[in-house]
Design a protein around this ligand. Structure first.
Ligand code: GDP
Length: 426
């Protein structure tokens, strides 16, 4: 049984949820390996609606074990709320959710610092964080002042809580932001530790033992490659590595134990928040993609920025992640377009051409996308159940994306429903 890594190939919101659902069916253990509760999706199963931020949707499949890997930063209150909501909906969680004792926690003071820091940045310099404390929690991890889930079980946990609240209060006061009540923190975290403690485990050992026992692992990333702290459009990025390498550092599974890497790729491009987006559309086509694709933030309702497919991004993403397969999504959103553009390269006014994504955002500002055009198919695709039955022009578009990126097609999604997932070798 293969071990699979699944990541977003663009700026997130590629439609990973559906693909995860397909691959979960083939897995025994599902590991979330990075990110925080700013990501997440809504899953509808058997008529019931479940909102998941940290726990893999594998929890809705009977018998699957879900691991919150060490690469995640988790807000323990959010996680507890998620666990209790699932329990209330009749989902068994005991022994099925394991939190790595090495997972860093997003504490209340990280959240306060995040919001105060974003508020004091001038317009144009704002990062567009969700204000949930994820950046400061990762900063604390790297700064070696972080708190890990394993700390919940230690006798001096509440002393640490008090000390860290007081240290954060000094910074908050200096920024003119409201401070936190240390005694209140001790009280709420004391209660939390009792309730969440039983889920904390040595998951590095668990994951490796499961692998050795022949179990099939699915390692799922949140967000997407272009938001990677190392490879994304820095500084307009998230604080972790949503790329394939992050699956190993975020779970403790060796790269030698990964059998395949799947990239989820939307047939056009979207981005949330600030930062470069070379193929962005400000016109009626962009609005059409937004409306037909339902491109509005799941929790915030914020409209997403929309644009043409960018093969430079996809190629770069394929290079970094080493994708074996694409899971392409939302082809149906393009159904009504007369002409579809694909960005094949970036070019500077002086003629210098970029086939892969430059690191320097100032270079990017000097570039414009080089487009090729393809005719639209102008007919619905969501009812199609076999790849061969797609309109020829739709196939030509998909095949051009495959050709431009050098990655074969494993899944093609042509609608939001589960049945609208065409399986082609995955
Ligand atoms: P994630 O952020 O990458 O996990 O994205 P989600 O899994 O939350 O998907 C975003 C939205 O796209 C959901 O509302 C899905 O129902 C929808 N979606 C996924 N695949 C398709 C598709 O092929 N066509 C259409 N029209 N919608 C899709």
């Amino acid at each position: 049984m293969p071990n699979t890594v699944l990541v977003g190939a663009q700026w997130g919101d590629e439609g990973k949820g559906k693909v995860i659902d397909v691959l979960t069916a083939q897995a025994d253990v599902i590991v979330r390996f990075q990110g925080g509760s700013n990501a997440g999706h809504t899953v509808v199963a058997e008529g019931k609606k479940y909102v998941l931020h940290l726990i893999p949707s594998g929890i809705l499949h009977e018998g699957k074990i879900c691991v919150i890997g060490n690469g995640v930063v988790m807000d323990p209150f959010d996680l507890l709320h998620e666990i209790e909501t699932l329990q209330g909906q009749g989902i068994a969680t005991e022994g099925r959710i394991l939190i790595s004792d090495r997972t860093h926690m997003v504490m209340r003071w990280h959240r306060a610092l995040d919001q105060a820091d974003e508020a004091r940045r001038p317009e144009g310099k704002k990062i567009g964080t969700t204000g949930r404390g994820i950046g400061p929690a990762y900063a604390a991890k790297v700064g070696r002042t972080g708190m890990r889930a394993g700390d919940l079980l230690k006798p001096d946990f509440l002393t640490l809580v008090r000390d860290q609240t007081e240290a954060a209060n000094e910074r908050l006061a200096a920024w003119g932001a409201p401070t936190l009540d240390a005694e209140e923190m001790v009280r709420i975290y004391g209660d939390l530790a009792k309730r969440l403690g039983p889920y904390v485990a040595d998951t590095v050992r668990y994951v490796n033992e499961a692998d050795r026992a022949g179990k099939s692992l699915l390692l799922e990333g949140a967000q997407g490659t272009m938001l990677d702290i190392d490879f994304g459009t820095y500084p307009f990025v998230t604080s972790s590595n949503p790329t394939a390498g992050g699956a190993c550092t975020g779970s403790g599974l060796s790269p030698r134990r990964i059998d395949r890497v799947v990239g989820v790729l939307k047939c056009y491009t979207t981005r949330v928040g600030a930062g470069p987006f070379p193929t962005e559309l400000d016109d009626a086509d962009g609005e059409m993609l937004r409306q037909r694709g339902g491109e509005f933030g799941a929790t915030t309702g914020r409209p997403r920025r929309c644009g043409w497919f960018d093969a430079v991004v996809a190629r770069y993403s394929a290079m970094i992640n080493g994708f074996d397969f694409w899971a392409m999504t939302k082809l149906d959103v393009l159904d009504e377009l007369k002409t579809i553009k694909i960005c094949v390269a970036y070019e500077r006014d002086d003629g210098v051409r970029y086939e892969t994504f430059p690191a320097d955002l100032d270079v990017l500002k000097l570039c414009h996308p080089v487009y090729e055009e393809m005719p639209g198919w102008m007919e619905p695709t969501s009812q199609v159940t076999r790849y061969e039955d797609l309109p020829l022009k739709a196939r030509a578009y998909v095949e051009r994306l495959v050709e431009l990126t050098g990655v074969r097609l494993g899944i093609l999604s042509v609608g939001p429903a589960r049945e609208t997932t065409l399986r082609l070798g995955l």
